[in-house]
Design a protein around this ligand. Structure first.
Ligand code: GLC
Length: 624
């Protein structure tokens, strides 16, 4: 115990001055700061010995410059516990499948207590210390995390800190008029201040939940609700809110969670007269959270959910001396990827990747094609304007394209929050459906003669997109089901709790029958799954895919062909990706030796390389 205390003290000592400084700057409350430090020590002492060892190893690795999350061996998967396996215990029973998918970062979508019909897919938490009854218990979570660790899998969960459910105990007490609890949220007795906020704060769900406030007739007050009316924004001006949420965070860390996805982090500080996004104080809070983690549980990582353009995302990494998040989502790249699919024009994607490549190599991004949310068309419209794309018209085109109604598209999916005022609509659908696999299979069932070529093409697109995503630096994240080309699930339309939220179209139950079809080598599932498995193996076994490799885009002389180069310790690989349904040639000439196609084993000169429709190549420079 004595030794453990010393370690805690050493870590606290390292950060105490800065932590106290920031805390006092925000709250000017010494006794609450003392309470925070005492509770941190308590959480540290309660932390399981195995987890403390894990922390110790990871801390040492990070200090030696080889942090565990910066290699090339991590592959993530995000999944809903209920959709995937019913319960947490069910997930544990299915870990063999997770391993078969080569996944070692398991993001369990929100599983804490929520109220049916008012859960926003789990993002309206009514108890941060309790698992949803249908999914299991806190003990099941700790057990699952432990088993994952024994099998080399890291566990990620959402930490929804911007708001609580209106059913959370604090909200219930606030609704009952208890002042102390009301001060944990934003309450206003008339519309004066809410109106002022509405002038500068944009809307998150303009059609499904318009406005940023909800009127509560029982107590004659407005409450701030940036997201759904049942998600009440927490007031981080109140140090009690910050402290208690940090205790919840540490409590969950002690269950064995390795990565915390900080949900909606840009929103957590509100200030009249501002858009209430990305304010300075948000960074103070995240920085404090990082230090708290480094003191109590340095093995864990913070993953910020910042769904914004790169200039707004990068500050969440903090600085080298004062880091904030360990990892962030490569969100604009994801949206730009789908724009590229719809236009067959890689110029914007190339520019986007140039921006990312110019960032410090210490920044770790999570790359993905699809997640549980909609795709918003937050693209670089200034750049597009110079290419002749006009913003409104282009958004209309993207809408039509992904609905399968324009531009030689077989995409299937649905619009999301089609805003009547701005005309903006986001998009929902699974990767496979957006790539045309659903439409092609349907035509096959209907007896269309061209179906096999169509399916082959849709599969090629799906696989090429994954190949390109795996080629990027950072951690690739699969959306559960994508590994077996799972299609849209339309059953949400019959569910009164879900029918208004089209994001459920890509939140369907795991199709275990599709997994069964992996036994048939010719099935769509096998054609996707085993190619991804091969790519995953290449990525894992070749050092050139580490996060701090040199990465650059390669000019290919064809606007439909994306080229990316990677180099690390003398090893070089070039990835070529054809975003078009026609065969293409990458007009390049790399004269530094022979190259080998890492998939086919073919040796070749890298001169004017041919690519089939939606084809790709990973070309590695030969050693000799
Ligand atoms: C995040 C989640 C989204 C949720 C929102 C509110 O953006 O990804 O699904 O609706 O936060 O918690």
């Amino acid at each position: 115990m004595w030794e453990a205390r010393t370690l805690f003290d050493r870590r606290l000592q390292k950060h105490r001055y800065e932590l106290r400084w920031l805390y006092m700057e925000l709250y000017d409350n010494g006794s609450m700061f003392t309470e925070l430090c005492d509770r941190m020590e308590q959480f540290y002492l309660e932390r399981d010995a195995k987890l403390r060892d894990r922390d110790h190893v990871r801390e040492a690795e990070a200090e030696a410059g080889s942090a565990w999350y910066k290699g090339n061996d991590l592959l993530g998967m995000m999944l809903y516990v209920d959709n995937f396996a019913g319960t947490l215990k069910g997930v544990e029973e299915r870990l063999d499948y997770i391993q078969k998918c080569n996944v070692n970062v398991l993001h369990l979508m929100p599983f804490l207590k929520t109220e049916k019909g008012k859960s926003d897919g789990g993002y309206a938490v009514s108890d941060f210390r309790r698992v949803n009854d249908e999914l299991g218990t806190m003990e099941d979570l700790a057990h699952l995390a432990n088993t994952c660790h024994e099998n080399g899998i890291n566990v990620c969960m959402d930490f929804v800190m911007n708001h609580t459910s209106e059913c959370h105990e604090w909200a219930r007490r606030a609704r009952a008029g208890e002042g102390e609890y009301m001060s944990r949220y934003f309450f206003y007795e008339n519309e004066t201040i809410p109106r002022q906020f509405e002038q500068t704060v944009p809307q998150v769900f303009p059609t499904t939940a318009p406005g940023n406030f909800t009127w509560l007739p029982q107590i004659g007050h407005y409450v701030m609700t940036t997201f759904y009316p049942y998600q009440w924004d927490l007031n981080y001006r109140n140090p009690r809110v910050f402290n208690e949420m940090m205790y919840n965070f540490l409590y969950l860390a002690n269950q064995g969670i390795d990565i915390f996805r900080i949900d909606a982090v840009p929103y957590i500080w509100k200030e009249l007269g501002t858009p209430c996004r990305n304010l300075r104080q948000v960074h103070t809070i995240v920085r404090m959270m990082r230090m708290i983690a480094e003191i109590v549980c340095p093995g864990i990582l913070l993953l910020g959910e910042v769904v914004m353009e790169p200039e707004k995302v990068a500050p969440y990494f903090g600085t080298i001396e004062k880091p904030e998040c360990h990892m962030l989502y490569n969100v604009t790249t994801m949206a730009t990827t789908w724009h590229t699919v719809a236009t067959r024009d890689v110029r914007l994607l190339k520019k986007q990747l140039d921006t990312i490549c110019a960032l410090p190599k210490d920044y770790v991004f999570l790359n993905y094609l699809r997640c549980h949310d909609d795709i918003g068309w937050g693209l670089d419209y200034d750049f597009l304007a110079r290419q002749g794309f006009e913003e409104c018209a282009h958004k209309q085109y993207l809408k039509a394209y992904f609905l399968g109604k324009a531009g030689n598209s077989s995409s299937r999916g649905e619009l999301y929050n089609d805003d009547p005022v701005t005309g903006d609509a986001r998009f929902c659908g699974t990767t496979a459906s957006m790539c045309g696999i659903e439409a092609a299979e349907r035509r096959l069932r209907e007896g269309c003669p061209k179906e096999e070529t169509e399916i082959a093409q849709a599969i090629s697109l799906d696989v090429m997109l994954h190949a390109y995503m795996f080629f990027l630096s950072g951690i690739p994240i699969l959306y559960s089901g994508d590994e077996v080309a799972q299609k849209n699930d339309y059953s949400y339309r019959e569910d009164p709790w879900k029918m208004d939220d089209s994001r459920y179209i890509h939140r369907g139950r795991m199709d275990w029958e599709a997994v069964e079809r992996l036994k048939d080598a010719d099935s769509t599932e096998s054609r996707v799954f085993y190619t991804l498995a091969r790519l995953e193996e290449i990525r894992r076994t070749s050092k050139v895919f580490v996060t701090n490799a040199d990465v650059w885009t390669v000019e290919t002389g064809d606007d439909s062909v994306l080229g990316i180069g990677r180099c690390f310790e003398g090893e070089k690989v070039v990835g070529l990706f054809n975003f078009c349904e026609n065969d293409k040639t990458a007009w390049i000439s790399e004269t530094d030796g022979m190259y080998e196609d890492l998939l086919s084993g073919e040796r070749m000169q890298m001169v004017n390389v041919k690519l089939p429709a939606y084809g790709f190549r990973y070309l590695q420079r030969c050693a000799c």
